[in-house]
Design a protein around this ligand. Structure first.
Ligand code: S3P
Length: 169
């Protein structure tokens, strides 16, 4: 069951660090967003605009269940920023391994997401307001879902990598 799940807000670095960690530890990297895009043959933006967010959330749970049903072993799994919001998803993630929350402040996230066009929930309006609103709803959820929390603010990539490795069981 030695799996690692990476959670956190959009732009927290889940995919980047997840890919690196999997390579480092000779594990298999999986990403729920990538799996959904592949499954539907559409971008996340297109899935949201064509079918809506609720449909996307159901796909997230479906993909997560499929990963678990296929035996989930030796994987690093990066999940979409909103996936932990659903209680069932939090239970499923915890059932397969350690859940690491890559935590970043609103300032850091604003910087990282300033030029992003791939996240439908951040489109239009004021970016900081959107991030703040979502974080208000999610912060406690991420913390509850996590078995470990890594603060990434003011850390170099090398620092975060070292913390991820030292946080492993
Ligand atoms: C979302 C995060 C995105 C993606 C979708 C919704 C969210 O994934 O699943 O745009 O609700 O936070 P990343 O966290 O990988 O950007």
């Amino acid at each position: 069951m030695a799996n690692i799940v990476l959670i956190g807000f959009m732009g927290a670095g889940k995919t980047t660090y997840g890919k690196w960690l999997a390579k480092q530890k000779n594990m298999v990297f999986l990403d729920t967003d990538e799996m959904i895009v592949e499954k539907k043959g559409m971008s996340i933006n297109d899935i949201f605009s064509k079918y809506g967010e609720a449909y996307f959330r159901d796909l997230e749970t479906k993909v997560l269940r499929e990963i678990i049903e296929s035996g989930a072993d030796n994987i690093v799994l990066s999940v979409g920023g909103g996936l932990p919001v659903r209680e069932e998803n939090r239970r499923l993630m915890k059932s397969i391994g350690n859940v690491i929350y890559l935590k970043a402040s609103i300032d850091t996230l604003c910087e990282r997401l300033a030029r992003d066009t791939t996240r439908p929930l951040l489109k239009g309006g004021d970016l900081r307001d959107k991030i703040t609103g979502l974080m208000e709803k999610r912060q406690a959820i991420y913390e509850e879902a996590a078995t470990r929390i890594i603060e990434t603010d003011n850390c170099s990539e090398a620092d975060v990598r070292a913390m991820i490795l030292s946080n492993e069981v």
